[in-house]
Ligand binder design. Structure first.
Ligand code: ZN
Length: 302
């Protein structure tokens, strides 16, 4: 290669490098939906045996979550990815549950807590209750959001909590709220429980009856193919009241505003057929994107 050619190549390489880095800064990340489906598949696989609190399958799921939270760039929450708690079981016995919690630091220390529960019903006789919709769907979404926000820093500090022992009476969420010394910094809770299974592409955002100021934000977001409905929070309505139906309940009890995303009960609800192969992927990807749009909208407001 002669000098002129060498110089030209150097210039060309430098220009390429500069254009690449410039481009990198402009790119807004998108949800990794391939990985989302893979996380859903593993969390709801027979390997985790229905993830009942205190079981070996629950431990396998938890270790997977800690690994995935870390891999996607979450920091441990207050020094640890796990939060252990003790509660009283249905027969008065002492039980231990373990929440998995990570965070992405924002520009401010005002916090949005995004939650789902990773435990489910375990095994009944020889049947595994895989809980793919309930609530591997919400749990896998947390991982996708960690991946997303590790690439674009949020305004608020986002705390991602995969709670244990929800099926035993919202125990993980209760312990989290009780043990939190930082609750006054929490602006709101966004809870995801059963976001993947619906025949008519519909999901509810629950909580705006109690916190009407949140509704206009949700009315503005892009919902794609999914229809976003409101309700299940007004005690005078004909729909069941879901105000205390999942992990947002303990937040609401403390006066923390919440939005809970969930579908109507369906034929697989709390059945062994709530498994990976019955999940409609396109609907699930759609709700995970819709909820990301909601998180972005709430994060953009102070
Ligand atoms: Zn659930």
């Amino acid at each position: 290669m002669n000098t002129a050619k060498k110089l030209f190549s150097l210039f060309f390489i430098a220009a390429l490098f500069i254009s690449c880095t410039a481009q990198e800064e402009q790119v807004t990340p998108s949800l990794d939906t391939v990985q989302l489906i893979e996380d859903l598949r593993f969390i709801s696989s027979d390997e985790t045996e229905g993830r009942q609190v205190g079981t070996e399958g629950n431990r396998i799921a938890r270790e997977y979550l800690v690994e995935r939270f870390e891999e996607e760039g979450a920091e441990p929450f207050q020094g640890s990815f796990t939060h252990e708690f003790v509660f009283t079981g249905r027969e008065g016995e002492e039980m231990t549950g373990i929440n998995v919690i990570g965070q992405i630091s924002g520009r401010s220390d005002s916090v949005i807590v995004i939650t789902a529960h990773y435990d489910h019903l375990g095994k009944r006789d020889s049947l595994i209750f895989n809980g793919a919709d309930d609530d591997a769907s919400g749990t896998a979404a947390l991982i996708a959001y960690i991946d997303y926000f590790s690439q674009v820093q949020p305004n608020h500090t986002l705390v991602f909590a995969a709670f244990d022992a929800e099926e035993m009476g919202l125990q993980g969420a209760r312990a989290f709220v009780q043990d939190s010394v930082f609750l006054e910094k929490v602006k709101m809770n966004i809870n995801l429980d059963m976001i993947a299974q619906n025949d008519s592409n519909k999901i509810y955002a629950v909580g705006t009856y109690h916190y009407p100021e949140l509704k206009p934000v949700l009315e503005e977001i892009e919902t794609g193919e999914v229809e976003l409905l409101f309700g299940h929070d007004d005690p005078s309505s004909e729909l069941d009241d879901w105000t205390y139906a999942s992990d947002h309940g303990p937040f609401h009890q403390q006066g923390v505003p919440f939005v809970y995303f969930g579908v109507s009960d369906h034929e697989h609800y709390h059945k062994h057929t709530d498994e990976f192969k019955t999940i409609p992927h396109e609907f699930y990807k759609g709700t995970v994107q819709l909820i990301l749009n909601a998180i972005l909208a709430f994060d953009s407001k102070s």
